[in-house]
Design a protein around this ligand. Structure first.
Ligand SMILES: Cc1cc2nc3c(=O)[nH]c(=O)nc-3n(C[C@H](O)[C@H](O)[C@H](O)COP(=O)(O)O)c2cc1C
Length: 219
């Protein structure tokens, strides 16, 4: 971490851990605060600040969780990309609810997001897919994510096959690959403080008019 990043990190820490966070205002949507915290995490030099735990659940109530990368967010939701044949996809398609958790340890911050899940359009997935390196695009074609594979040679053979198939051509986004958007109904911001007297603000979306109710909850 550069000296500049360290100084910026100390300043951000000062705003959260040492000095109280400003109380959230009225029914302000949470996206601005999320954007500020995400930017602070990026500026601090945290490795992969966009990594988040995504938890899904089978219709029978059996949960599972894994790390993915946040690629886009705005008022419509938080988007990550994956293989639609994977275990998480099977769970999300059968039971379209998820939770996301970010932990930015150096800032003593956690953000928890819960909401309904939908697939993003093919056009949006393709736009992101085309921004990836050629190797990653071929990798997406070659991998049946979460399914058994005999050995690494088999995976490498599939990579070779798709490398030859697409030689000299654009690589389209596979129909079995794309994004999920988590449309939040609840977002909690957690700021670690001394003596475990942490700050916690929970934003709940009001279904009737999409306004946000903000509660401070006990640490
Ligand atoms: C730092 C990190 C980032 C990851 N990013 C993604 C991602 O953006 N999309 C994805 O499908 N898997 C990603 N993975 C792999 C997943 O954690 C997981 O192994 C994979 O998606 C299969 O999960 P599933 O079998 O539960 O569907 C990432 C793993 C790590 C450790």
């Amino acid at each position: 971490m550069s000296l500049f990043s360290k100084l910026r990190c100390a300043l951000t820490l000062g705003q959260g851990v040492l000095v109280n966070l400003p109380e959230p205002k009225g029914d302000e949507p949470p996206f601005q605060l999320f954007a500020q915290w995400f930017e602070a995490a990026k500026q601090c030099g945290i490795v992969l600040p966009e990594s988040m735990l995504v938890a899904s659940c089978t219709p029978e109530g059996r949960p599972s969780a894994r790390v993915v990368l946040l690629k886009e967010f705005d008022e419509s939701g938080f988007v990550f990309y994956t293989n639609y044949g994977s275990r998480k996809a099977a769970e999300l398609d059968a039971n379209p609810w998820a939770s996301l958790t970010f932990h930015w340890n150096i800032l003593q911050r956690q953000v928890r997001i819960e909401g309904r899940v939908e697939r993003v359009s093919y056009e949006q997935s393709n736009a992101y897919f085309q921004s990836r390196g050629r190797g990653s695009r071929i990798g997406a074609w070659a991998s049946h994510q979460s399914h058994p594979i005999a050995n690494r040679s088999k995976l490498e053979a599939q990579v070779k096959e798709f490398t030859q198939k697409f030689e000299g051509q654009e690589i389209p986004c596979p129909e079995f690959w794309g994004g999920y958007r988590v449309i939040p109904h609840t977002i909690e911001f957690w700021q670690g403080k001394a003596d475990r007297l942490h700050d916690r603000y929970v934003y709940h979306r009001n279904e009737s008019d999409s306004s946000w109710q903000i509660d401070r909850i006990s640490p």
